[in-house]
Design a protein around this ligand. Sequence first.
Ligand code: CS2
Length: 495
Amino acid sequence: MEKNLVNAMISVPLPDWTTERLTARIVHLGCGAFHRAHQVVYTHHLLEQTDSDWGYCEVNLMSQQSALLIENLKKQSMRYTVAEQSQDVTTLKIIGSIKEAMHPLIDGAQAIIEKMASPEVAIISLTVTEKGYCINAATGHLDLNNPLIIHDLATPSSPRSAIGYITAALKLRFERQRSPVTILSCDNVRENGHVARQAVLDLARLQDETLAHWIEQRVTFPSTMVDRIVPAVTPETLTEIARLSGWKDPCAIACESFRQWVIEDNFANGRPDWDRVGAQFVEDVTPFEMMKLRMLNGAHSFLAYLGYLGGYVHISDTMTNADYRRAVHTLMLNEQAPTLLMPENTDLATYVENLLERFANPSLKHQTWQIAMDGSQKLPQRLLDSTRWHIEKGSDYRYLALGIAGWMRYVSGVDEQGQPIDVRDPLKEVFAAIYAKHGLSVAVVEELLAIESIFGEKLIKNRDVVDNVVRAYQRLLDVGARQTVAILCSQGEKQ
Ligand code: CS2
């Protein structure tokens, strides 16, 4: 630790430029920890290494707390600390690629929409989490029953959803005959660019057909694969970073040292040369997205549910249990990897080894509870697409089934010691109603599998799926998560 302190304090370079150098050509919606540790860092390195002038205007839309972050950023000239933590070294960086920051509670919705519509803006990017797209998973279209969308349809010029803001800004750009922009989704959603496009077009169509037509013709929505493990910031993280740096930074974040960004090269109005600082521009992002969502995120969700139930607070804690480590290895290698169609020369075995190492990084305090959040939005792309693949091929998917059962047991809201679990999910009430009816019993399995927006129509009709999940769920009830994982691993070895 002493070594870290010395290293950190002598090696933190301050950006040798001011915000004057930057043009806020990117408006970003959702200035959370992940974005500050990922896209802003790439853009910062570009400023460091080239004569780029690309900078961010950050926008937070939702909570009071997110307004505080915007205020804090302003107080510190838009700069903040990123602590990159490998197993044994922490590197501190001061990031200097943000030019401005806004929030509706501070600036008002209209000023933000004007900013998004201003001529200098070329890209509107977003990290708003899976549920921020307001899509009905069963139809793939905008969810017209979503309260935010109901609000935005009634008052389109003072929206609340990110999709509402984007549509309002595009409307202004269209009416004022301004240049088109690129909408760049950076969320863990499969084909995130298509999803963003569908949501925006659906909302625009309900307002003005000619606007929708202009968007279709002129605005691009590239898909991206984004990767960096960034645990939610806690007071302990901030204290530890302050100890290392010698200054207090309420906007600081800690993350792993690894980062990856694969971007579909389809920009309507120019882009930063992010490839000069490690990003990859490709024609088709789909294979990379699938790989990351099924391998990394799928494994994460598996570890989150079974880990939380097994009494593990952090992902790295789950990896100290040899059974969990083996289980997640088998899940990735035997049940996720075969479902992928990767470009030639992709070495998935090495990818898996690296993931195991990343998960085991004890410096990262990544809570199983954090990853367990919003399972209804995450399960489809992380565990269910691959389950369908195995059903079609007639191959084994016991680890996927255990992941699904683990999620079902988790959303009961009661842990293995009978303590309450703080379940956070848009469908939380639905789960609570099912559990109120059946209690902790396998009877919940079919009712949960019948939720179409998560599982679609077909899985519930497949006897094999029902049986597999029921078996795993029953075992979780009988012997608990740790034993269930251990039994599954030992069964695999006998075969
Ligand atoms: C995690 C992701 O919270 C979650 O659901 O699986 O945030 C994960 O850490 C990132 O996608 C890694 O790139």
